[in-house]
Structure formats: C-alpha cells, structure tokens
Design a protein around this ligand. Structure first.
Ligand SMILES: [Zn+2]
Length: 273
C-alpha cells in the first residue's frame, strides 16, 4: 500500500520507507526531512532513549536512525531528539551535545534551530508531530504535540519562538502535520473532553472538532492545531496536512492505540543543509 497523496510522497529507499512533504521537497537544496513508515513494525522503530534500552535494542534502534539518515544524505551523528515529556518546552539547539544519548538532557517537546546540519528529531505513535520551516529566515522546528501538548498549544509556542528568537514572519512559515491519530479514532472519556471543552470553547464552533457519540467523545486535535496556528498568523495554504490516521493505517504506521504496550515509534526528522 502506497500512502502517497496530494500532500506527501511515499518513498522506498534501501531498507527504509518514509514520507516526504511535497511542499518541503521544493526546497530540497536547503532543507531535508522524512517521516519514517514501514511494513515490518519490529524493524523500523525509533525508540526514545530516556528509558535505558537493552544493548541489542539500542543498536537496532541506532542502526535504524543511521540508515534513515543515510538514505537522506544526512549524518546520524548530528541527530538531536526531543525527550518528549508532554511539556510545552521548546529548546533552541545551537550545537550537538557531546554525550552518549541522542535525547536532549532537559525536558523538551519541541526543538528549533537556524544552524545547518543539525537534525531535529521527534518520535510518535499516535501523537501529532509538526515540522516547521521558514524558507526566508532559514529556521526549522520539530514539535511533538500529543493531546497534552495540544492543550498547552505547543505548536503556537513554536511559532512565537520563531518570531521572537529568529525574527520570523508567520506568513512565511510552512507547517507540515505528520501522520497521527485522527478524530476517527481519538475517542476520549469525559475527563479529557472537559479539558478540551474548557480550553477551546473560546474558538467557537466546538461541534467542528468535538463530536459526542454514545457517551464517548471524539476530538479532532489536528483541526484544533490548524485553527490555533491560523490565529497565530500561519497562512492556510502553508499548513500541509498529510491527512493520514495512524490507527486507520496501523499496518504501516506505529500506533499506541493499535499496538498496545509493545508499541514502536516512528520518527520525524528535519535538517537545514
Ligand atoms: Zn482513524
């Protein structure tokens, strides 16, 4: 099954398979990116290192990063990965730290840089990952926004940081939304529904992104991100949503809801050249 659509292309190269956003490919001389997918879920996983992995898992893991980087002409030694703690903390990466793990030392759910050859990486299994690129100021960001991150509006905080620290104009910023759980599968109970209702009723049209069915609620967290990003000045035509649900496509994309405790992780990477 090929997941290509009008927004992304599904690429097989070497032993890796990944999606790339057509809009970012127009800038392939200055920015490189990929979102890993694959049929063999045990093979292509990109686990975080914050829980120590068994040595053999660690090696397999790093080999996956390495081969995905090689297929994209990147040096895997330049990867820095958000350690993903469901915070709204976004770290400005100015150099690759000289330590054994690829994760940031501090809690981080977003990474940002204007430096070339630093590979910003995040991982997901249902959560939303967003790649940001400003082709004028040459700034990139990679943000992990699970439902807790969405409640904290971390995607908007990334735009704010791009404005404040790099003088970006939101009108220039391209935002790409990777595969994630979508409204079709993001079923929640009343406690989570109430948090979303209280936070986002200010947006109006709440029926557009929260649907009640038989005592359960289905929340469109991707749509919420799109709405708040537009309010932050991102142009509609610069929001590239792959429109792919991780649960609906569990044969090819890691999903916590579909895989359970033994879930694997996909990675999204972006690097300036
Ligand atoms: Zn779905």
């Amino acid at each position: 099954m090929d997941l290509s659509n009008n927004v992304v292309v599904d690429i097989n190269k070497g032993d890796q398979e990944f999606l790339q956003f057509k809009k970012l490919l127009k800038y392939s001389d200055i920015v490189t990116h990929a979102y890993s997918i694959g049929i063999d879920k045990n093979y292509r996983t990109f686990k975080a290192n914050k829980k120590p992995l068994l040595k053999e898992d660690y090696i397999k893991n790093m080999n996956n990063y390495k081969s995905l980087c090689e297929e994209n002409n990147l040096n895997y030694k330049n990867i820095i990965k958000a350690n993903q703690a469901h915070t709204d903390n976004i770290v400005n990466v100015t150099e690759i730290p000289d330590n054994k793990t690829i994760d940031t030392g501090e809690a981080s759910d977003g990474l940002i840089t204007n430096k070339k050859n630093i590979i910003l990486a995040t991982t997901n299994a249902d959560c939303i990952l967003l790649l940001f690129f400003d082709p004028k100021k040459l700034v990139i960001a990679n943000v992990h926004s699970g439902w807790k991150g969405t409640l904290q509006e971390i995607s908007v905080k990334a735009v704010d940081k791009m404005k404040k620290e790099f003088d970006c104009n939101p009108k220039d910023i391209i935002v790409c939304i990777c595969p994630s759980i979508r409204k079709c599968h993001f079923e929640v109970d009343e406690d989570v529904y109430t948090m979303f209702y209280n936070k986002f009723q200010k947006l109006g049209n709440i029926d557009e992104f929260i649907e009640e069915k038989q005592g359960k609620w289905y929340i469109d967290t991707v749509l919420i991100n799109k709405i708040i990003l537009k309010q932050a000045g991102i142009l509609e035509e610069n929001i590239e949503d792959c429109d792919i649900c991780s649960v609906c496509n569990k044969e090819k994309i890691h999903s916590y809801r579909a895989e359970g405790k033994e879930y694997g992780l996909a990675t999204a990477m972006i690097s300036l050249r």
